[in-house]
Design a protein around this ligand. Structure first.
Ligand code: UTP
Length: 221
């Protein structure tokens, strides 16, 4: 299979850099790469939000705020790539030829106006991926915001159209593309990319999801 992972920076850098997560995740990636072609897009996490928050004091340029976020994604992606050693190839703004390598492609953000989820969806199109896995620190898509309603149900399966309706009510601003960004969902919808949204901190669950076994999270198709 060809698999693209969109890894939330919230996993790599929740408050401080999570070395333990990076080690465990990279070990799983290496294992999966023996059977599958893999690309990983890494988000900016806390680092992005810190810089965006500080920069808001000095600028109202949305593009500039996004660039601060993009730079943070580079750092997280390079760190993950370093942890993968010679199994990885860090690329900046991946194009089709970059994706032909046998190594695990690791990259971050590209241009302002969206999040790394949209980059991952675009890479999935370029690679003709079988699966896009969106791993962050939430269990999946809920029928309602679980912070507001702790009894909200986790949705096991929804269509990209239903997901569009859910995220239309959520913030889409620099540093805060809640759940998944609109552009990513449009790409998933247009190209019919099978997508899973799950909590990447549970690597056993993530492995099951990739292997097509029962897992906790949401399937978009
Ligand atoms: P992300 O929003 O992708 O990181 O990038 P994250 O918050 O770690 O991701 P998730 O939501 O947990 O998956 C951080 C910020 O960098 C800018 C945006 O402002 C984004 O919120 N960015 C990132 C871009 O403008 N373009 C990109 O291609 C990527």
């Amino acid at each position: 299979m060809k698999i693209v992972f969109s890894v939330g920076g919230s996993l790599v850098c929740p408050e401080e850099i999570d070395i333990r997560f990076i080690e465990r995740f990279c070990s799983l990636l290496k294992q999966l790469s023996l059977k599958h072609k893999i690309a990983v897009v890494v988000g900016g996490g806390r680092l992005a939000r810190k810089y965006i928050q500080a920069a808001r004091k000095f600028t109202r340029s949305r593009d500039m705020l996004d660039y601060f976020g993009i730079k943070a994604t580079y750092l997280n992606a390079m760190l993950l790539s370093a942890a993968l050693g010679n199994k990885a190839e860090y690329v900046w703004n991946a194009s089709k030829p970059d994706l032909r390598t046998r190594k695990i492609v690791v990259t971050g953000g590209t241009t302002p106006g969206h999040s790394t989820d949209a980059v991952a969806a675009e890479i999935a199109v370029m690679m003709k991926a079988d699966l896009l896995v969106n791993a962050s620190n939430i269990k999946g898509v809920y029928e309602e915001d679980p912070r507001k309603n702790p009894k909200a149900r986790l949705l096991k399966k929804i269509t990209a159209k239903e997901l569009s309706a859910i995220i239309s009510k959520l913030p889409q601003t620099p540093g805060k593309y809640a759940l998944i960004d609109k552009l990513a969902v449009n790409t998933i919808k247009k190209h019919k990319i099978k997508t899973l949204i799950l909590d990447g901190r549970n690597l056993g669950n993530l492995k099951k999801a990739v292997e097509g076994k029962r897992f906790t999270g949401t399937i978009i198709n």
